[in-house]
Design a protein around this ligand. Structure first.
Ligand SMILES: Nc1ncnc2c1ncn2[C@@H]1O[C@H](COP(=O)(O)OP(=O)(O)OP(=O)(O)O)[C@@H](O)[C@H]1O
Ligand SMILES: [Mg+2]
Length: 314
């Protein structure tokens, strides 16, 4: 009697324990599933963001190229034509002394025109060169990644990203232009997914620019000019296997508890609509999982932040 009662209790407890265990297992599984989902979400967001932006940019670059080539060709032809015209004009002047022509020349300030017109064409040429540069950068930045890694000059990646971000780094009415100081080492091309690395550079640089906005609050133009917003980008050849990229800003910096969570998916200190908290999580995933590298962060409130990336060369 006593033993059967005991038996029942033990059985009951066992069943309870089994249920608890099962629950724990299920819980563990659910947690793992959640982690997998979050990772997948990050990958989707990353590739969606990238392919949407990438195809937009390369589309724009492509569309710009035709008219650009057209203008470039015409400007250089106009320069040749103008030289001929000016020569011809000189002959006229030497061989005619009609008053009407002389009056008109004065009216239109021919002397000035003669000097200025070639300059106008020259500056149009400079503009065309700049646009070609932008178009090339757009194409480098939005490189579509193949399934396999390709060799890539990461300086090209950084440079093209800076061109894309130009509208955010140039001077505005609140502050002078953000100074970009570069110390590039002689680096070999590295085997990587260029489009993804460009996205990492973009996410880091965008954060630095955001950090300046925060640091500049309450400061006058003159105050900022005295201690300018600066981004230092340096690359180092660590050894034959690795390269190092450091991106440092002297913006707002981070409190230790923010720094701890910087790579956490969805963690943001920015207002709604300003930050999604994905930039650094995506960067972390791209550097560590896709490239077998490392990304770390150092920061001091009020002083600035440095992001260090180590990437294997092959
Ligand atoms: N250079 C930096 N200076 C100061 N704080 C930074 C810097 N980089 C990141 N942070 C902090 O880390 C948080 C997470 O950065 P992350 O790029 O992942 O997200 P976000 O910039 O808030 O949003 P998203 O990049 O998705 O638009 C930021 O909200 C900010 O608090
Ligand atoms: Mg960000």
């Amino acid at each position: 009697m006593f033993t059967t009662q005991r038996q029942t209790i033990i059985e009951f407890l066992c069943a309870q324990a089994a249920i608890a265990l099962k629950n724990a297992q299920l819980y563990e599984q659910a947690q793992q599933a959640l982690r997998d989902l979050q990772k997948a979400q990050l990958q989707i967001v990353q590739s969606e963001k990238m392919s949407a932006l990438g195809s937009l940019l390369s589309g724009v670059a492509h569309e710009i190229n035709n008219p650009l080539g057209f203008i470039a060709g015409n400007v250089s032809m106009a320069q040749d034509n103008l030289t001929d015209l000016l020569e011809h004009l000189e002959l006229y002047e030497e061989n005619t002394a009609a008053e009407e022509i002389e009056d008109h020349a004065e009216d239109i300030d021919l002397e000035y025109l003669r000097e200025d017109f070639p300059k106008i064409l020259k500056s149009m040429n400079v503009g065309v060169e700049q646009m070609k540069n932008i178009s090339t950068s757009l194409r480098i930045f939005s490189r579509k990644d193949q399934e396999h890694k390709t060799k890539f000059n990461i300086h090209d990646g950084i440079e093209s990203t800076l061109v894309i971000l130009k509208h955010r780094t140039k001077a505005n009415h609140k502050r002078p232009a953000i100074e970009i100081i570069k110390e590039y080492a002689e680096l070999p091309e590295i085997k990587c997914f260029p489009g993804q690395l460009n996205q990492v550079f973009m996410n880091i640089l965008a954060n630095a620019i955001d950090a300046f906005e925060e640091a500049n609050v309450g400061k006058t133009y003159a105050e900022i000019e005295k201690k300018p917003n600066q981004i230092n980008i340096s690359t180092t050849n660590v050894d034959e296997n690795e390269v190092k990229i450091e991106i440092e800003d002297n913006g707002s910096g981070m409190k230790p508890e923010t720094k701890e969570r910087i790579f956490e998916q969805g963690f943001t200190t920015k207002g709604v609509g300003k930050g999604t908290g994905l930039g650094m999580a995506i960067a972390h995933q791209i550097i560590t999982e896709k490239h077998g590298g490392e990304i770390t962060c150092d920061s001091t409130v009020g002083e600035g932040t440095i992001l260090r990336i180590i990437l294997p060369i092959v």
